[in-house]
Design a protein around this ligand. Structure first.
Ligand SMILES: Nc1ncnc2c1ncn2[C@@H]1O[C@H](COP(=O)(O)OP(=O)(O)OP(=O)(O)O)[C@@H](O)[C@H]1O
Length: 313
């Protein structure tokens, strides 16, 4: 295992005590692309901060390539690359210098640092921008420079905290390609995200985290299969006083796996059955059906199932 997290807890002591991480156990194997998926405030950044020696745990232990991040922080840092949530490129240095100085900091000779920087610039399609300054780059390009810099010292594992926050859809896809490319180099990747599509598209395994705890962890396919239905119907109803009657009626329809009340109306999980849509509409119409959306079940559905909440709430 490259990342071994055991019984991790973090309590921020202050006027108001916050339990940010509440007993996390997690193992990530060599070469895996692992995602921590959860809403804002779930404890993802805190977990990454502890793994990367930027915060101390209140309890528990993290080993990176077998090295304890608290007892041997400097040694652990040699195995770790980090791309934090915010742009931390040095604004006074060019793109070349940002990567070059990182290599020198990690003990490369000048010649080796130059060769490694040139190789990374080529790998991340940045050679033409080598002389530019960070503030001259788009968010997507700056993110690519941050990834290039983070892996410059050839760490075993790269931690990416919300790598696509603030990126436009095109830059997000380019970033996904860059991250997938890391796998070919044998770099293990742990990323945090609150975008379920990102976790689904990119990750080999995902842990869904909420209130500092892991609710489930598995492959995206297995997590989606655990819902036991293929479609999610969200019904927006005007008359919500009598929804229990509607729930009973919907639950009895052929193909409906479950039906439950939501603040706006009713949520139905269902199998792909011909004619179900019109039956649902017919049942719901007397309750003032205002709107209806149908989506394929996704990691979002898994989260809703586990918490009753939306990832974005
Ligand atoms: N330095 C701090 N002092 C006190 N509380 C903190 C501190 N950092 C984070 N918290 C709190 O700990 C909890 C977990 O925060 P954390 O940033 O780890 O979550 P997250 O899942 O990464 O969310 P986000 O995507 O918003 O960063 C939140 O309730 C947050 O307000």
């Amino acid at each position: 295992m490259i990342v071994e997290i055991t019984g991790l807890r973090k309590i921020y002591e202050g006027k108001q005590k916050v339990v940010a991480v509440d007993g996390i156990d997690l193992n990530v194997g060599a070469g895996e692309l692992f995602g921590l998926l959860g809403p804002n405030g779930a404890g993802k950044t805190t977990t990454i901060s502890i793994c990367t020696t930027r915060a101390l745990p209140s309890a528990g232990r993290v080993l990176i390539a077998g090295v304890d991040v608290v007892a041997h922080a400097a040694a652990a840092r040699c195995h770790i690359g980090v791309v934090p949530q915010y742009n931390t490129l040095d604004r006074a240095c060019t793109i070349f210098e940002n990567i070059h100085f990182h290599c020198l900091y990690f003990g490369f000779s000048r010649a080796d640092a130059t060769a490694r920087t040139q190789q990374l610039l080529a790998q991340f399609h940045l050679t033409e921008r080598a002389g530019a300054y960070p503030q001259q780059l788009s968010g997507g390009l700056a993110q690519r420079v941050q990834i290039a810099r983070a892996i410059a010292h050839r760490p075993k594992v790269l931690f990416l905290d919300e790598p696509s926050a603030g990126l436009d859809p095109q830059s997000r896809i380019a970033m996904w390609e860059a991250v997938r490319g890391l796998r070919e180099e044998g770099i293990t990747v742990v990323l945090t995200t609150h975008y379920m599509e990102e976790a689904d598209e990119l990750c080999d395994r995902v842990a869904i985290i909420d209130h500092g705890r892991i609710l489930v962890q598995d492959t995206p396919a297995a997590l989606k299969a655990s819902v036991g239905a293929q479609k999610l119907y969200e019904l927006d109803l005007h008359d919500r006083e009598k929804t229990p009657l509607l729930l009973a009626r919907l639950s009895g329809l052929n193909g409906v796996a479950s039906a439950e009340q939501t603040p706006k109306g009713v949520r139905v999980l269902a199998h792909n059955v011909d004619g179900l849509l019109s039956e649902v509409v017919e049942a719901a119409n007397p309750y003032g059906l205002r709107d209806l959306s149908i989506t394929e079940t996704s990691l979002e559905t898994v989260f809703i199932r586990l918490t009753g909440r939306d990832l974005r709430e």
